[in-house]
Design a protein around this ligand. Structure first.
Ligand code: ZN
Length: 656
């Protein structure tokens, strides 16, 4: 056991190191060697956090990692009226603790995950649950600490520090003025594979949570004090008791916005009473983004382009160039046919556009009368037939699409998606195009019947490279259901959405294929349209899915069974030394089995683990007072071997 532990630790260290160097574009070992390490760890310690927390996200080259607490969407107030409604409700709560208002930084959110005071990983916002793991880049940023400062207790902290990655105006002016604005520059730099330029970014903290210990921070102001003490730069904050004072501060702040060293787009206002349950909500109720008035630009719509992706045709408006939120805008999103009809838009219309963090702004309506002189008004022409297959397009209102399931554009798009999700790099764009145009490969399953001879006869291909492609294609892969289905290109439904369906219980192909749109739409983060797209796509591809799996190379990983997390709901606190393993290893095993670790004894603690069950230590004493089960190391090890017994032992309040 002990020897094994050493090997596990070595493997984990190597995998993390090679992953980091790989994503920095300086791979130290070959993919095959990496896979060997990965497989070995998977065999001897399948529950390793390295395997669980960090998946290799093939689509964009960054590993994905889960947030400690999901980053929900923020409640928003666009004006004082909306803010007053929220503030009244907040102040009416029994445990209302006053308001804390902070600058709302306009950069990119990042969660720094600390374990025992050391930076373990840095995760971008992503979809709120899963983000990109950009730890090596984060380590180079100003204000990101590899180890927490501020005294001897710092090293005991495990949890997440939330903040915003921003670029200071002066840095932008000096070095990155070619980028549209500071936010764009920061977003681009923090996601560079080689990490270059991350040192020009600053991390400014605004929130923190302690892992498995919700009572660690008594109030929102205590969090800010703690962050300062640990050495973090924090966003400007002030305490208020009345809503009207905050409205005035927002006005004042908006006026001096231009003179600040970094961009902000409003205030975040919180109830000072810390409420961890609220923070975990998809939309926390005890805080709100009180945004500055949105910047709007007016221009003339000159033309509409229909951008094609898969089966869908999306309208993009081409407008006279105009400045908006720091960038020159010439293209703006029109969303879908219904939107054009609802606004009565024509080419020549004077339109109003806003930008809410998207890459291209959105046309929100007609410009107010008199704002701009309209051009020559002409009806917007919708394409009527598919440019690829000639099929009449179907106008569903929210979507204009080619309904032909065999449309070449759609098929080719699906192949590209599959190849990119599976990261079959040897099968490049040109080769795929050749195979597609010749008719040899039209569906994903066709890829698995290719032979070396066939490939070798393609342009610019030799025996050797053909063999390499085949080898890569044929290497057996067990894909998690969400990756498999993302690869099917269900009209833009990606891995993050599918992961939500999987974690909501649709965790086998059978369950997913028989789910109705209403079932899926009931899952947090999946809307009606997306739910319908999934159901329709799974139906259309039923036969093709069968063919892919029948080829015997791709299989779908079995769902993680309930028994993978047998300690879910149980918490452990350790005191004193363990004989067979380090405390950190013990804690890791508890977490891997779904349990949580606490640093202090409280009423909700399930087990105190100690080798000296009779000692008069404070933790022992308190456990006895509160009736918490106290167990020795051997009993603890027995629990790890048979974690299913945790409930029984706990229920009986049995002491070992
Ligand atoms: Zn078509």
């Amino acid at each position: 056991m002990k020897e094994n532990r050493g090997r596990i630790e070595a493997l984990e260290r190597l995998i993390v190191r090679y992953q980091n160097s790989y994503y920095n574009g300086e791979a130290e070992i070959s993919d095959a060697e990496f896979d060997l390490l990965w497989d070995e760890l998977k065999t001897i310690h399948p529950k390793s956090i390295v395997l669980a927390g960090v998946g290799k996200d093939i689509a964009d080259g960054f590993p994905k990692a889960k947030h400690l607490i999901p980053m929900g969407s923020q409640e928003k107030a666009a004006n004082p009226e909306e803010f007053r409604i929220w503030a009244e409700k907040a102040a009416a709560r029994e445990d209302f603790g006053g308001f804390l208002a902070q600058y709302k930084l306009d950069g990119a959110s990042l969660e720094l995950q600390y374990e025992k005071g050391r930076l373990l990983r840095a995760v971008t916002r992503g979809d709120g649950t899963l983000g990109d793991e950009i730890t090596p880049n984060a380590r180079r940023m100003q204000g990101v600490m590899a180890e927490l400062g501020g005294g001897k207790n710092a090293g005991a902290f495990s949890g997440g520090v939330r903040g915003e990655v921003v670029m200071i105006h002066n840095t932008w002016k000096e070095k990155y003025a070619d980028k549209a604005n500071c936010r764009n520059a920061a977003n681009g730099l923090m996601r560079r594979k080689d990490g270059a330029g991350s040192e020009d970014l600053s991390f400014i903290a605004y929130d923190v949570s302690a892992l498995g210990n919700d009572a660690f921070f008594p109030s929102e102001t205590a969090k800010i004090d703690w962050l300062k003490k640990r050495g973090f730069a924090v966003t400007e904050s002030r305490e208020f008791s009345r809503a009207e004072e905050i409205i005035a501060w927002r006005e004042e702040t908006a006026r001096k916005r231009e003179t600040l060293p970094y961009d902000i787009d409003g205030l975040v206002v919180k109830d000072k009473t810390t409420d961890s349950a609220d923070l975990r909500r998809a939309r926390p109720e005890r805080q709100i983004a009180f945004k500055f008035d949105l910047e709007t630009a007016f221009s003339i719509l000159r033309a509409v382009e229909w951008s094609e992706s898969g089966a869908t045709y999306t309208p993009i408006g081409i407008v006279d160039p105009v400045r908006l939120a720091g960038t020159t805008v010439q293209r703006a999103n029109l969303n879908n046919p219904d939107m054009i009809r609802a606004l009565g838009l024509k080419t020549g219309s004077a339109v109003s556009m806003v930008k809410r963090g998207e890459i291209i702004p959105k046309i929100e309506g007609l410009a107010p009368p008199g704002a701009l002189e309209t051009g020559k008004l002409e009806d917007i022409v919708f394409p009527s037939v598919c440019g690829s297959c000639g099929t009449a397009l179907k106008d569903e209102g929210t979507r204009l699409l080619c309904p032909n399931t065999g449309c070449p554009k759609r098929l080719h798009h699906r192949l590209e998606k599959w190849v990119s999700v599976l990261d079959i790099r040897e099968l490049g764009e040109k080769l795929l195009r050749q195979l597609f145009d010749s008719g040899r490969v039209r569906n994903i399953s066709d890829l698995y019947t290719l032979t070396v001879e066939e490939l070798a006869s393609c342009e610019r291909m030799g025996e050797q490279s053909a063999a390499k492609v085949i080898r890569h294609l044929r290497s057996r892969r067990e894909l998690p259901l969400q990756v498999f289905t993302a690869g099917l290109d269900l009209e833009g439904v990606g891995e993050l959405i599918m992961e939500r369906a999987v974690s909501a219980g649709y965790d086998t192909l059978e369950k997913l294929a028989s789910a109705g749109a209403a079932d899926l739409a009931g899952i947090w983060g999946i809307g009606n349209i997306t739910a319908e797209t999934i159901v329709r796509g799974m139906g259309e591809l039923k036969e093709e899915i069968g063919h892919i799996l029948a080829a015997g190379i791709i299989s779908i990983a079995p769902p993680p069974g309930k028994d993978e997390q047998p300690l879910r709901g149980f918490s452990f606190c350790f005191t004193g030394e363990l004989k067979t393993m380090k405390r950190s290893a013990a804690e890791e095993q508890v977490k891997a089995l779904g349990g949580s670790v606490k640093s202090a004894v409280g009423r909700d603690l399930s087990y105190l683990v100690t080798n000296d069950t009779e000692s008069g230590s404070a933790k022992n004493k308190k456990s006895r007072e509160l009736g918490v089960a106290i167990i020795g190391e051997e009993a603890f090890l027995a629990l790890l071997r048979k974690p299913g017994s945790a409930g029984r032992v706990k229920a009986q309040g049995e002491l070992f």
